[in-house]
Ligand binder design. Structure first.
Ligand code: ZN
Length: 272
């Protein structure tokens, strides 16, 4: 398996109860232990891609990502029904202090929604004004060395927003982002804001809902992505990354969809 590696994805906003199936935070903590105990090596996404390209990928390599960018990626949070929650970065630090981690370069690529207005509106409409989408943690996250803040679009073309950048205000599906102006608003504008706020320009874009129009995938990003600092884009097809993968639609596995228990993750990894 030197010719392929999986990218795994969690959503720290998915906390409904304090069980593996009910909390991506609990799943993430257990999955770190599982990956280590099964002999997998955790590398930063960029490092894994570089080593794959140069034929130097270690056997059983995995890259870790998180989507949507809730504060639970980086800050402890007092959840209204589940109580105090450690953050993803806190769980990474616990793993590092409890494990002989020398073969890993533990790192999480966090894909955040850029627009402050969209995040504030989502907080009101879907998250009971809990203030789960601030961006004050982006810069310290980048400075932590454990996290890179990456681009998950300007407004996710999210179905819960009253208005998005989509030209006809068709929301809830990212395949409707299919003109130059829409792509510029969803991708370039987001990278600009994230760079200003976090101190680092994103190198990766993750398609909201894992969806991409033909225009953004085959035209806009291949043509314009490198000029605006992007190296690749990530979808959610459940496959390993290989040299044959489209760099503007890299596949990923998603916790809760592609595995719901440590046993299912172990089985998924065995069958790569
Ligand atoms: Zn998302």
């Amino acid at each position: 398996m030197h010719d392929r590696f999986p990218i795994l994805t969690w959503h720290s906003i998915n906390v409904l109860e304090n069980t593996y199936a009910g909390s991506d935070l609990i799943a993430f903590a257990e999955d770190l232990q599982l990956l280590d105990s099964l002999g997998w090596t955790m590398l930063p996404l960029q490092t894994a891609l570089d080593q794959l390209a140069h034929g130097k990928l270690p056997s059983r390599t995995v890259a870790l990502t998180a989507d949507d960018g809730s504060r639970m990626d980086f800050e402890e949070f007092d959840h209204p029904t589940c109580g105090p929650q450690n953050s993803m970065v806190g769980l990474m630090r616990e793993f590092l202090s409890a494990t002989d981690h020398r073969r890993h370069q533990l790192h999480l690529s966090c894909f955040v929604i850029a627009s402050p207005e969209a995040r504030a509106e989502l907080d009101r409409t879907d998250y009971m004004d809990l203030d789960v989408w601030p961006d004050r943690w982006w810069r310290p996250a980048n400075e932590s060395g454990l996290i890179s803040i990456e681009n998950h679009s300007w407004d996710h073309n999210h179905g819960s927003l009253a208005r998005t950048v989509q030209r006809e205000n068709r929301r809830g599906d990212f395949r409707w982002i299919e003109t130059f102006e829409e792509c510029r608003a969803e991708v370039d504008q987001a990278s600009d804001y994230i760079e200003t706020t976090s101190g680092r320009r994103p190198a990766f874009f993750a398609y909201p809902y894992g969806q991409a129009s033909d225009y953004i995938r085959f035209d806009y990003l291949p043509r314009r992505g490198p000029d605006i600092g992007l190296k690749a884009a990530l979808g959610c097809e459940p496959e390993p990354v290989t040299l044959a993968s489209d760099p503007w639609h890299l596949p990923r596995y998603v916790c809760g969809r592609d595995w719901k228990s440590p046993e299912e993750l172990a089985s998924l990894l065995r069958n790569l």
